[in-house]
Design a binder for this molecule. Structure first.
Ligand code: URA
Length: 221
């Protein structure tokens, strides 16, 4: 089920997502369970977010008859951009669902004092001769302050890709993060599974799930 909290924030919810969110939140669950739960959610979010992909008619020969069926326009370029490292949890599901997509990693870590993103990897140097043909899905399970996502969106928007073709896919979001993204990019749609209460003084989502990278990749010390 999709709950539109405003035109460009889509809260996706159903009982399986709720159950998976519980698993992710519960600090007593190990990484394997957290990853399985996360993947269930990412799949649902990816299906929802990819609703904007343009379709074309294609002639298909079934064993019974030739028919015209809808297919994703083969002329477009689909990009999945996971923000390292937690955003990687989306990639396996994303390339299963969108096999023609290319994966363009974005490496940013958060300076713990300033809470500002620090770049360390950028695989987004491509030319965009026809920017309207690009459809970008930036993935990060945690939309907290919004600073990293904002930088990632700028990277694509500066190449002329329309805001409507850029989407953020997150599992947990804080209201502040959503607000920040939409203050600069009101037409970038954000697809989420949970909108939580707030951020704490360290920029963590509350109640959230703690450090997503650590919980997913089993590096909780
Ligand atoms: N990043 C995380 O991993 N968790 C948060 O709560 C916020 C940012």
């Amino acid at each position: 089920m999709t709950v539109m909290t405003n035109e460009n924030v889509k809260l996706i919810t159903n009982p399986v997502i709720c159950q998976s969110l519980c698993t992710m939140r519960d600090k007593d669950n190990d990484s394997q369970n957290v990853r399985i739960a996360a993947r269930k959610i990412t799949r649902a979010l990816l299906y929802e977010a990819s609703k904007n992909l343009p379709l074309v008619d294609r002639e298909v020969h079934t064993p019974l008859k030739t028919c015209i069926a809808k297919d994703i326009d083969p002329d477009i370029k689909i990009i999945i951009s996971p923000i390292l490292r937690a955003g990687l949890i989306f990639t396996d599901e994303a390339i299963d669902i969108l096999p023609d997509a290319c994966i363009r990693h974005i490496g940013m870590y958060r300076d713990e004092k300033t809470l500002k993103p620090v770049w360390y990897y950028n695989k987004v140097p491509m030319a965009t001769p026809d920017p309207k043909k690009f459809y970008v899905y930036i993935t990060d399970p945690m939309l907290a302050t919004g600073n990293s996502l904002l930088e990632a969106i700028r990277l694509y928007a500066d190449k002329g890709i329309p805001q409507k073709n850029i989407k953020c896919i997150c599992i947990f979001a804080a209201p502040q993060g959503i607000e920040l993204i939409h203050s600069e990019f009101p037409d970038v749609e954000i697809t989420v599974a949970a909108i939580d209460e707030c951020l704490n003084e360290r920029g963590y989502i509350v109640p959230g799930m703690g450090d997503a990278g650590d919980r997913i990749f089993n590096t909780v010390e």
